[in-house]
Design a protein around this ligand. Structure first.
Ligand code: NAD
Ligand code: TYD
Length: 353
């Protein structure tokens, strides 16, 4: 038997697949459409691993999914595949509707068909884990308690609205068809292989290239940062022991304002790779127009996962961000291969003013 990972050439999915093989030898079928965010370079360490099978394809392709499920006797699916960038969803929501809603629906339909034909024992052992986001819960004020699994859904962006829709479908497929579903809602991830359109890798890349470090609005928006390897261990834990039909929040217990994150990055870079003129990278900080519908604060209450399944993140923001900066400094080729062509067009569109 094997597991099917969707979106396993993206940031979190590729970290998950790489980590999987440090813990298991069970085969992984890795299905990814290879959009701008998918990158086979993330998976080069697995090129001689016969337990890793990469398939280029779309989660919306019902026939392909059903074929893969049958052919490889899949016992679990972890669904990472999504359009994931809020700013892109503001410029063009269509792809988000197609992949995050229609794609998730087709993946669920193929799974339902496959699961219905399994033996009772295999049905009971089967799991579908849907990876979602804390952004479905909307925005918190400075004094609100952190998001728990029972918070109402109040998405603000086309991205979070499309993820919310997929979460609802997952819930409905459990309650209506009895499919053995699990959902995880996590906070902002950071770490290796993070595409440099998101805040942390964008700031590292721009700093090293002498470009402005764009802060939206006043920079006082708060995010709860989770090191990607901790997120992967949380997902593995939910997959092996989570209660069917349940949702688990995964967070880093690391709330920080964007401005503090960027200043931290600048001071680590000042130590690790100082500017040639001796000045601090923080001189490159530039305040730019705020994102429309910008959520003020996200914070995750991850006590359910801790109390039920004994999971806690290993990294603090301080340890995780140092590892991350080091990774980017050591992997400039990876960054340079991405930050050409279509990436430049995106940066031009988003930051032209
Ligand atoms: P990402 O954008 O880096 O990667 C997404 C991957 O999905 C890419 O490899 C892309 O090629 C693939 N993909 C896109 N559309 C597809 C389709 N139709 N069929 C098959 N593959 C497709 O995203 P990420 O940051 O790795 O996020 C992974 C998941 O985690 C997403 O579901 C996202 O909503 C969720 N999430 C991410 C974060 C974060 O901080 N990055 C936080 C919370 C939740
Ligand atoms: P991002 O990494 O896009 O993740 P998300 O929107 O899913 O939280 O952004 C993290 C925070 O950083 C968010 O509050 C928006 C802000 N941000 C900036 O201030 N400047 C930037 O150039 C980017 C990309 C993000």
């Amino acid at each position: 038997m094997s597991i099917l990972i969707t979106g396993g050439a993206g940031f979190i999915g590729s970290n998950f697949v790489l980590d999987w093989f440090t813990q298991h030898d069970e085969p992984v079928i890795n299905l990814d459409k290879l959009t701008y965010a998918g990158n086979l370079q993330n998976l080069v360490a697995l090129q001689d691993n016969s337990n890793h099978l990469f398939v280029k394809g779309d989660i919306s392709d019902y026939d392909l999914i059903l074929d893969l499920l049958n052919k490889h006797q899949i016992r679990a699916i972890v669904n990472f595949a999504a359009e994931s960038h809020v700013d892109r969803s503001i410029h063009g929501p269509e792809d988000f509707i197609q992949t995050n809603i229609v794609g998730s629906f087709r993946l669920l339909e193929a799974t339902r068909n496959y699961w219905n034909d399994l033996s009772k024992t295999d049905q009971e052992a089967f799991r579908f884990l849907h990876v979602s986001t804390d952004e479905v819960y909307g925005s918190l004020s400075d004094t609100d308690p952190a998001f728990s699994e029972t918070n109402r859904y109040e998405p603000s962006s086309p991205y979070s609205a499309s993820k919310a829709a997929s979460d609802h479908l997952v819930r409905a497929y459990h309650l209506t068809y009895n499919l053995p579903m699990l959902t995880t809602n996590c906070s902002n991830n950071y770490g290796p292989y993070h595409f440099p359109e998101k805040l942390i890798p964008l700031v590292i890349h721009n700093a090293l290239n002498g470009k402005p470090l764009p802060i939206y609005g006043d920079g006082q928006q708060i995010r709860d940062w989770l090191y990607v390897k901790d997120h992967c261990s949380g997902i593995r834990r939910v997959l092996e022991a989570g209660r069917i039909g349940e949702t688990y929040n995964i967070g880093g217990w690391n709330e920080m304002s964007n401005l503090d994150v960027v200043n931290t990055l600048c001071s680590i870079l000042d130590e690790e790779s100082p500017r040639s003129d001796g000045k601090s990278y923080s001189e490159q900080i530039t305040f730019v127009t705020d994102r429309p519908g910008h959520d003020r604060r996200y914070a995750i209450d991850a006590r359910k996962l801790e109390q039920e399944l004994g999971w806690r993140p290993v990294e603090t923001f301080d340890t995780g961000i140092r590892k991350t900066v080091r990774w980017y400094l050591d992997n400039q080729d990876w960054v340079n291969n991405i930050t050409s062509g279509a990436y430049l067009e995106w940066v031009d569109k988003q930051y032209s003013e």
